[in-house]
Design a protein around this ligand. Structure first.
Ligand code: PLP
Length: 450
């Protein structure tokens, strides 16, 4: 008889559930302390882009910790932050030239929105304070980032603490009026953003923030090709800063460095996170042009967003090593190539009676589950299908990322795949086979048709 496990002192993310204990990761695979293998189909939360267990990144951050673990960003600069900033500036489009490193995506969004606000105040236009964001959409869980997120259930206990953010319907083709076909509805054309700016009064609007390709909130919805060019033009015409939240989609996830890249659109501010250090450390960044930062330089002299661990040497060194690894192994190109394989293979799911849509770009895919594909009727929330499916996938040895509530704020079930860029064709085949098996198992568990 094995000894019973001692009670854990971990304040777990989900209370009252037993977790497999992972001891090792290699490539797309994770191993628990009982020797069980899991295929990491989602790179955790869209993070593990390089794959698990890359020695070069582990060694780079260990070497940096030995040389210099920490200094405060108000007093010193250092090689890793200088190199990271130069490399990110070279990768980001247009005049996005200055990099402010932080830890999480939420922090980057908070700092980006504060930068937009501070820019307008220091430009002598303090009335520009409103923020517009897309719904569904997600930008993080600290209170300003959560205010900008259309995630009603995350706000349950905190509504009184949130600030007003103006919501604009997202270009979510599966559930909008035009179904993503021309002539486009206001959500898909971008007209909804202009209407909101006019309604609020352009003189009061500081910034519009959006995810260039949908993250989990719209299950990797890709807007029509002209959407972001139109958004850029609207923001320019009304003097509104365009903030591209590339925390999830950036660093190659959609097959190009940023998801905006194929549209030739340069935002005023970009946020990065998740994949920029491949999960080896928590690292995020705000990237902004000198024309914005210079206003602060000539005025107050600093972005009012002091955080102890910004510009952290070890985190920056991990970022530099990640960028080098992406470059040396041509992993973003590989992500684009393997993305096509993934999307081709996922097409087979469309025949399943609970699969409404399969979409995405690069190694980012969303599979939306519905009660009836012909009407797009969502499953009843009581069936908890996304959760049931995710549990069935884990039982089958596959890690996926679920989302709920996108259809109407309460209903809506989807699962996302975002494997490491090193994924092989065989692993994609295995992933889709496990996904299909889990789909059948979950359908059985909720008593739905197969
Ligand atoms: C688009 C986007 N922005 C911001 C965030 C917040 O990042 P974090 O969870 O690292 O705070 C996320 C997280 O999922 C995200 O997907």
């Amino acid at each position: 008889m094995p000894e019973p496990a001692p009670p854990s002192h971990v304040f777990y993310r989900k209370l009252g559930r037993a977790y497999p204990r992972i001891v090792r990761g290699e490539g797309c695979r994770l191993y628990d302390d009982r020797g069980r293998m899991y295929l990491d189909g989602s790179g955790g939360a869209f993070v593990a882009s390089l794959g698990h267990g890359v020695p070069a990144v582990a060694e780079a951050l260990a070497a940096q910790a030995r040389a210099l673990a920490y200094v405060n960003g108000t007093v010193f600069t250092h090689e890793p932050v200088e190199t990271l900033a130069a490399e990110l500036a070279a990768l980001c489009p247009g005049d996005l030239d200055l990099v402010y490193p932080l830890g999480s995506g939420s922090e980057a969004v908070e700092a980006a929105l504060k930068l937009a606000r501070q820019f307008w105040v220091e430009s002598g236009r303090p009335q520009k304070r409103k923020v517009l964001s897309l719904t569904p959409g997600y930008h993080g869980n600290t209170l300003l980032a959560l205010s900008a997120s259309a995630r009603a259930h995350y706000t349950t206990y905190f509504r009184d603490w949130l600030v007003d953010v103006v919501r604009v319907p997202a270009p979510y083709a599966y559930r909008c009026e035009c179904r993503g076909q021309a002539p486009y509805c206001p959500a898909c054309s971008g007209d909804a953003i202009e209407a909101a700016i006019l309604r609020e009064g352009a003189e009061s609007v500081a910034a519009f923030i959006g995810e260039p390709v949908g993250g989990s909130s719209t299950g990797a919805s890709v807007p029509q090709p002209g959407y972001w060019r139109r958004v850029r033009e609207i923001c320019d015409r009304h003097g509104v800063l365009l903030v591209a939240d590339e925390v999830l989609t950036g660093a190659g996830r959609t097959g190009t460095w940023s998801a905006l890249e194929p549209y030739g659109v340069v935002p005023d501010i970009m946020t990065l996170g998740k994949g920029i250090a491949g999960g080896y450390v928590p690292l995020s960044a705000v990237v902004a042009p000198r024309r914005i930062v210079d206003v602060l330089a000539r005025g107050s002299g600093a972005l009012l967003h002091a955080q102890t661990f910004s510009h952290h040497p070890v985190l920056c060194a991990a970022g530099v090593a990640t960028l080098r690894h992406l470059r040396e192994h041509r992993l973003i190109e590989r992500c684009a190539r393997m993305g096509q394989v993934l999307h081709r293979r996922l097409e087979a799911l469309r025949g399943h009676p609970l699969v409404g849509d399969v979409r995405g770009r690069g190694l980012l895919a969303g599979i939306e589950f519905v009660a009836d594909p012909s009407t797009r009727e969502p499953l009843p929330r009581a069936a908890a299908f996304a959760e049931t499916f995710t549990a069935a996938a884990l039982d089958a040895g596959l890690v996926v990322w679920p989302n709920v509530g996108h259809a109407d704020g309460t209903r809506g079930d989807l699962a996302m795949l975002a494997p490491p860029f090193v994924v092989t064709e065989e692993e994609i085949e295995e992933m889709v086979a496990l996904f299909t098996r889990a789909l059948h198992a979950a359908a059985d568990r909720i008593g739905a048709a197969r």
